[in-house]
Design a protein around this ligand. Structure first.
Ligand code: ATP
Ligand code: MG
Length: 569
């Protein structure tokens, strides 16, 4: 491609509204432009990178036995009503009306559409298993679109759905897609980890997220320093492993704690440590009140609370609700003599506390010397807190460390959630009607592009891995007005292209400084400069990732380029 004939609007300045590397560089190097918040145009260079990522995705998905189709982005509300998500999906779903005033949504995801398609087309176990995928634009009205393509409101996703007659068949496909995803992100050269994620009430092993390790990641990964254990912090299990205290138990005492509400305040007022206090928070769980207790130095994990109670909605009670339910102000709430209609559950760690502090359900007072078994009625102990750095790894090997991650992919065993709701049935070998068992698998294609840009750059610009770069070679005649340089550059351009290299020829009448700065920003793997030595048939070859420079004669150029392309990643 001749640069004069394409659109690569580079910028010298860092755009004010872009606060992370990939967003800044994709704007500056002329890959993307924002149309509205979270909505972008992919300019010609980005479009080429997307095509390369998509090609990798297609190859690996096809290898895993999946087959591509394309479903509509415009989806009638009736389907979402059948699944129950028209009301539960919330404001992220973009909704609109057609001219007949019928309601539609712009597809945020396609479980409904594909389930309705297959319930009509699949009647027998003989047609199962079946895995279908598409690469398509998705719409989600994100609360906080940010970081450029990383969290858009319109973005490109590869979504796949598998259908099975048995749970074993789903397990098999899940494994295959898991491997395909590992291959895809490895081929993108990403530094990633597959982590155990939240699957609602279904249990931890049935869903994984593929996380690119990055400081700008919005997710926290808890991983072991000694094994390959890694989980989203929301999910990471905390072992029931605490030291038992040999401390003597004292008599319960009510103490005055005027204006001391937080754990920090109460602990320091009473000259104790946070871990000697019980944190008691009231939650509203599907219209019932539940008091959740954790140790003062721990944080309640509401996802664990939700999963443990098998609830749909778990929310912290408001100060008003707290007052109404237990007649006390937040800050002085405690579990002793709790009302009968309020269930009390506690994190495992609470079991091991002696002579603890807790709220007295009376403004200005706490209890001290609380004995868990003597003074509190706890209906159940469970793992209800967030894991912390230094906790033992749940697999028994090593201790937990934290890292930040960008979720680029997600594999999920859905079970019969959608086929039950929408009548996705088939006849099994014995002629019995059964619900199809489903899996779903997503990759953020445009997010992956941004994640690669975030990982591969230096102070001068982007540094694409060779398999994803929009072109292999940036060919730069220093002075287009010099006939020798121009002619050699044009000859090399057609030589390289005839050997199937993808070449961007900078045929613009720009100053050399501008051309080189743009070239660094754009970040193609190899730059060939045709300058003063053109008359001797010599050009300069520079490797973008290593900075290595070679002077090469035109006769040896093709071989040199081929060798470099073979050695770099
Ligand atoms: P997140 O927690 O980041 O919001 P999600 O759990 O909503 O992600 P899924 O519904 O599993 O995401 O979607 C599949 C994939 O689509 C994700 O793994 C991610 O790579 C991508 N994705 C999701 N939301 C966005 C977005 N707003 N912009 C770009 N990519 C996205
Ligand atoms: Mg989301």
């Amino acid at each position: 491609m001749k640069q004069s004939m394409t659109l690569i609007p580079t910028l010298r300045e860092v755009p004010a509204d872009a606060d992370v590397k990939n967003h800044q560089l994709l704007l500056r190097a002329g890959y993307i432009r924002q149309n509205a918040s979270g909505i972008y145009s992919y300019l010609p260079l980005a479009k080429r990178v997307l095509q390369k990522i998509e090609a990798v995705v297609r190859e690996e998905m096809d290898n895993a036995g999946a087959v591509e189709l394309l479903m509509p982005a415009l989806q009638q509300s009736e389907l979402w009503q059948e699944s129950g998500r028209w009301s539960s999906y919330g404001p992220e779903l973009m909704r609109l009306h057609d001219r007949h005033n019928r309601e539609f949504a712009l597809g945020a995801t396609h479980e409904e559409v594909i389930t309705s398609l297959l319930r009509d087309e699949i009647k027998s176990y003989k047609k199962l298993p079946l895995t279908l995928y598409q690469i398509q634009t998705k719409f989600r009205d994100e609360k906080r679109p940010r970081f450029g393509l990383l969290r858009g409101r319109e973005f490109i996703m590869k979504d796949a759905y598998s259908f099975h007659s048995t749970a074993e068949s789903l397990d098999e496909t899940y494994e295959k897609v898991f491997t395909a995803y590992s291959n895809i992100f490895s081929r993108c050269q990403l530094n990633f980890r597959a982590v155990i994620a939240d699957s609602g009430a279904m249990g931890g092993k049935d869903t994984h997220e593929f996380m690119v390790l990055s400081d700008i990641g919005e997710d926290t990964i808890a991983y072991s320093n000694e094994s390959d254990y890694a989980a989203n912090i929301e999910m990471a299990e905390v072992l029931d492993q605490y030291e038992t205290s040999s401390e003597e138990e004292f008599a319960l005492e009510k103490v005055e704690t005027p204006n001391q509400k937080t754990i920090d305040e109460v602990a320091s007022f009473l000259n104790k440590n946070n871990h000697q206090c019980i944190k008691s928070l009231l939650f509203k769980v599907d219209d019932e009140f539940v008091l959740v207790l954790v140790r003062g130095d721990h944080e309640i994990n509401d996802i664990k609370v939700k999963n443990f109670l098998n609830a749909s909605i778990v929310e912290l009670a408001t100060p008003d609700e707290t007052k109404e339910a237990i007649g006390c102000e937040v800050g002085y709430v405690g579990p002793i003599n709790m009302k009968e209609n309020v269930k009390v559950i506690a994190d495992h760690a609470v079991k091991y506390m002696t002579n603890a502090i807790c709220g007295a359900n009376e403004v200005g007072y706490h209890y001290s010397n609380v004995s868990i078994s003597r003074d509190i009625t706890i209906s159940e102990f469970a793992d209800l807190r967030f894991i912390q750095i230094g906790d033992p790894s749940p697999d028994g090997k090593g201790t937990i460390q934290f890292a930040k991650g960008i979720e680029v992919g997600h594999v999920f065993k859905l079970g019969t959630r959608y086929s039950d709701a929408m009548g996705g049935n088939f006849l099994d070998e014995n002629g019995r009607n059964q619900a199809m068992i489903m899996g779903c698998y997503g990759i953020g294609v445009s997010r992956t592009l941004a994640a690669v840009a975030e990982q591969f750059n230096d102070e001068n610009g982007l540094v694409w891995p060779k398999d994803l770069a929009p072109y292999d070679v940036h060919l730069i005649p220093v002075n287009m007005k010099d006939d020798t340089q121009r002619e050699l550059a044009e000859a090399l351009y057609s030589d390289l292209r005839s050997k199937r290299f993808e070449v961007l020829l900078d045929d613009r009448a720009e100053r050399p400084g501008v051309k080189f700065a743009d070239s660094d920003l754009i970040g193609l793997p190899i730059r060939i400069t045709v300058g003063k030595k053109a008359s001797e048939g010599i050009v300069e070859v520079k490797v973008r990732s290593t900075g290595e420079v070679h002077e090469v004669s035109k006769e040896n150029l093709l071989e040199t380029i081929a060798n470099i392309m073979n050695t770099i990643s």
